[in-house]
Design a protein around this ligand. Sequence first.
Ligand code: MEV
Length: 322
Amino acid sequence: MTFAASSPGNIFLCGEHAVVYGYPAITCSVECRTRVRLTPLDAPDIRIHSETCGTIEAELDGGTVRPRTDNPELSVFLDLLSTLPLPTGLEAHITSDIPLKSGMSSSTAVLCSFLAACSDAFDLGIRPQAYYERLLPIQRNIHGGKASGSEIFSSSMGGFHHIQRDGDRVRARRLGELDLDIIIADTGVFAPTFLTVGYHVPSLIDRKKEQVFEVFEAIGAVTERMQDAVARGDRQRIGELMDRNQLLLSALGVSHPKLDDCIAEARDAGALGAKLSGSGWGGIMFALVEADTRDAVRAALERTRARIIATTIGGQGTRKEE
Ligand code: MEV
């Protein structure tokens, strides 16, 4: 029998980077999904195939997962399997609508789908509420030693969340349904998260701690104001706050010339606000639009040759699939 699950990607309405250091952020799920189909095997073999990253093989030796082949992109799944009480081996197939290393947290979404499929296949009873704790250590490794885990929460639970870390715990509050129309554009510049989260920002903190934490404070203030704007449904203000957050991310040095190009074009074409999302140095940006500016903003972004990702936000978290 085969078990399947899917999970959404996500974006940060505001607060990325600062959230790693205990400041609040607002995330929302993006209806680009990763899917995992998993079949338990009558053998200790483990085979994981990804449409984009190839295959990794391992075997279950008592309770230990022993790799048979090497694949740095897929070894996280073996790390995850090592934490689970697996009775047998398995074969899994991974597919994804989320571009890799784009700032939409494809790695988190696929880990959530994989955990859901394992839990279902082996009757482990792991609910999405527990994914944060289980996946945070793995996400820390992926991010180069530091991670807020915000995306785990967003992918597993879906919707819009105000998220704040408190040590190893997370406080997350669902923000209800938000009527926001966005356009996402992928710059195509690969941006592994560990470059900014594990290397650049910590190196800035070593040298300019006070200034960096002033920027984090200011980002935290943007997030609190964003929360009010979101509660009032004030799209104009949400756009202004996105712009302010983008300025602060630029001050941290995590933007990129192509992101700046796309953001400027989107604003000139009438977007209410535009910013990068996630770790920066490439990946995606998104623009907040209204019905009468949507086409112009989309056309302006297309002219930058970034890839438009047509999708909606705020949908379901991890779910079983047929
Ligand atoms: C990366 O997608 C988001 C960051 O805030 C890192 C994190 O929250 O772990 C930059």
